[in-house]
Write a protein that binds this ligand. Structure first.
Ligand code: BTN
Length: 258
């Protein structure tokens, strides 16, 4: 069942410092990322959040489509972090979603490098960070988060075998409004601590399911295979190839082989 999200219910007593100072909810949007860009052009304050349950042109990482035909949450958070904290956004978003899923459903999600959230090996959340940098200044950063709340993934052949939803894994309906409120609070708390100098890297690294596994990593046109050995504080992945060489994958996508 598709649940509508309303601004008043999200912000009432939210208690966050930055994130959620302004919350804009829509029944349907092409993409919350594009809506966030328009808000940035209009001078949006840090912490502005755009939310919908239904996107007609949701986008994912590496030029992919993100399916969000209702039954999920799609949200974008506008931030203006210092340049050195840009790599932390991917990590803090993954950790915030992981904590949120645990807090609202009791389920333990794993992070697949760099920022997919998996339940029982299937994807339940995808994260996309887009930013504009000029010189040493971050002009904007947008964290886009898509969570399958009660999307019946079996109805969509492209994702039926690889995706799941919170409701399916929890075996009960999961309240979307409570989920968003928790997510904004977790993200706000983590962003505040990262700004204050506490890295989110250890929690992200310690919850990565990828490390120790044989993986195939695609990075643009390049494909690397090897054992995922370690991650760096900038979020990159070190892959030990069969010939013993270590390659560092800075941005990309991995598939796990067992
Ligand atoms: C991925 O796994 O490839 C990332 C998916 C990111 C999807 C979210 S949904 C909210 C925001 N709006 C979009 O169009 N994409 C992101």
């Amino acid at each position: 069942m598709e649940s509508k999200i309303e601004t008043a219910q999200i912000i009432s007593g939210l208690g966050t410092g930055r994130i959620g100072r302004r919350v804009l909810c829509f029944d349907r949007l092409p993409s919350t990322m594009d809506a966030a860009r328009s808000e940035i052009k209009a001078g949006a304050a840090e912490g502005t959040v755009i939310i919908t349950t239904d996107q007609t042109a949701g986008r994912g990482r590496m030029g992919r489509t993100w399916l969000s035909p209702g039954g999920g949450i799609a949200l974008s958070i506008i931030l203006y972090p210092p340049l050195e904290l840009l790599p932390s956004l991917i990590m803090l978003a993954s950790v915030a979603v992981m904590r949120t899923i645990a807090g609202v459903t009791g389920l333990k999600a794993a992070i697949k490098w760099p920022n997919d959230l998996l339940l029982d090996g299937r994807k339940v959340c995808g994260i996309l960070v887009e930013s504009g940098v000029r010189g040493r200044k971050v002009e904007y950063a947008i964290i886009g988060i898509g969570i399958n709340v009660d999307l019946d993934t079996g109805n969509y052949p492209d994702i039926a075998g690889t995706a799941t939803s919170l409701a399916r894994e929890a075996g009960r309906p999961v309240p979307a409004t409570a989920l968003v409120r928790r997510l904004l609070r977790e993200t706000d708390g983590l962003y505040a601590s990262v700004l204050a100098g506490t890295p989110v890297f250890p929690e992200w690294r310690d919850n990565l399911i990828t490390l120790g596994h044989k993986v195939r990593a695609s990075c643009g046109e390049e494909v690397y295979e090897g054992i995922a050995e370690s991650v760096m504080e900038d979020g990159s992945l070190n892959l030990r190839q069969q010939d013993g060489h270590l390659v560092r994958v800075v941005a990309g996508d991995v598939s796990l082989s067992h």
